[in-house]
Design a protein around this ligand. Structure first.
Ligand code: FAD
Length: 394
């Protein structure tokens, strides 16, 4: 399927695929370096958080027999290739943090970064402006994981349970009936973000796929084409998500000096972030078109509520590694949306409410989500080369 790479990605998105490819090329090495720094590589999530969507989530399918069709003979494969193992979390992660004496604890991260709480007026209105569930990071059963030790890749997770999760996610895109242009753009934006997330995951699992005949990990062009490459809208939605997150980062640029990343790492981390944001352009995405000028509109509240539900749906995912990356990315998008829709640059109080109150886990999720999208874009360009080579040889 052909896709026009120079066409704008949408009415609220001035950038084209070509333009985003160019940006991505310029920032890639800093971004890859950034997600490997101590500050950005640890994330906190709660693998045991109860699924609030279905009464009996335990009964849903996550066994070999209902794993996806790409591997048909799970039973004949070695134990270390089974979906339960591929989708599990690395033991190294736990021992890493345990050996430091910080098991299941954020004190390790706290040491890396002392955050100064902003002084807010006594009558400050603490209304919830979050697009994700903040209890994700406060529960007793939440664990600290090293994202670099648990790469997002093929896990064998699939079948009925994964299908149901995706169905529930898309079902959240059901706003009250209205024919207005505003509603259309909000609804369209919501759908594109979900589809872009889905396609980005599909790209990673195809790019880092286990060939069960050779035992090697690597790109699987056929799988990529079947999941993403044959659908120009899915490819375009990954780029759309890149534009959304890039604009959120662009928008916090003037406030970066307020953010303390932590003592030793501060300068290196800050300079990488500054290099990245200096390559971004405000025109990449126009958030003001999503809800027109109705900043406090009912529609925006509905959007926030539905997005928060998507982050909660992640608790129902039965594959720990998929759940972890699902949480990272939905929290990263949620953070982008909070910056885009709740930060009014002309209002100092709004700056305090949004930017000064960003938690380290929101920042970690934001940067890692951008890193995931950057990887997807790199992989898409590599898959294109593989595809063209195949065509040339035919
Ligand atoms: P699915 O991907 O389950 O899709 C279901 C249906 O949705 C498709 O039939 C199609 O009609 C539609 N659809 C597919 N893609 C799109 C799109 N981009 N936009 C709109 N509609 C679409 N698997 C791994 O191997 N590694 C992972 O890290 C991983 N992480 C996951 C994280 C989450 C939160 C979830 C829910 C699943 C994850 N999975 C992961 C599983 C993976 O996403 C697929 O569900 C699985 O590979 C089965 O794929 P499928 O072809 O059956 O269709």
């Amino acid at each position: 399927c052909k896709i026009d790479k120079d066409e704008k990605l949408g009415p609220n998105c001035d950038a084209s695929i070509t333009a985003i490819n160019n940006i991505n090329r310029k920032i890639r090495s800093d971004l890859v370096g950034l997600v490997q720094t101590d500050f950005f590589k640890y994330f906190k999530f709660d693998p045991l958080k109860k699924c609030a969507i279905w009464e009996n989530n335990d009964g849903l399918c996550f066994s070999r027999s209902c794993a996806i069709d790409v591997v048909e003979d799970w039973d004949s494969l070695p134990a270390y290739w089974q979906p339960e193992v591929l989708g599990g979390l690395s033991n190294d992660t736990n021992s890493d943090t345990e050996s430091l004496g910080h098991d299941n604890d954020v004190s390790f991260l706290n040491q890396l970064c002392e955050k100064h709480e902003p002084l807010l007026p006594a009558d400050f209105d603490e209304e919830d402006i979050n697009y994700y569930d903040v209890t994700d990071f406060t529960s007793d059963t939440a664990v600290l994981v090293d994202l670099t030790a648990n790469p997002e890749r093929f896990t064998g997770y699939g079948g009925q349970q994964a299908g149901q999760i995706w169905q529930s996610i898309y079902a959240e895109n059901c706003f009250p009936a209205d024919d207005g242009q505003e509603q259309c753009l909000a609804k369209d934006g919501f759908y594109r973000m979900m589809s872009g997330l889905h396609a980005s995951i599909g790209t990673h699992l195809s790019n880092d796929h286990l060939n069960t005949e050779t035992g090697k990990w690597g790109p699987d062009l056929d799988l990529f084409m079947a999941r993403v490459g044959n659908f120009p809208d899915r490819v375009s939605n990954i780029y759309f998500n890149y534009a959304v997150v890039a604009k959120a980062l662009w928008k916090v640029k003037p406030y970066l000096k307020h953010l303390d990343f932590c003592t030793d790492y501060d300068n290196d981390v800050k300079s990488k972030i500054l290099n990245i944001v200096s390559q971004l352009d405000s025109k990449i995405f126009d958030e003001n078109l999503m809800f027109e000028n109705q900043v406090d509109s009912v529609l925006k509240d509905e959007f926030r509520k539905r997005f928060k539900n998507v982050t909660r749906i992640m608790d129902c995912v039965h594959c720990d590694r998929c759940k972890m990356w699902g949480k990272v990315q939905t929290t990263g998008y949620a953070t982008s949306l909070k910056i885009l829709f709740e930060l009014d640059e002309s209002d100092e109080l709004s700056m305090q409410r949004v930017v000064d109150k960003l938690t380290k886990f929101e920042l970690i999720a934001l940067i890692n989500t951008f890193g995931r999208l950057s990887n997807s874009i790199e992989a898409i360009n590599n898959f294109e080369k593989l595809y063209n080579k195949r065509m040339d040889n035919n």
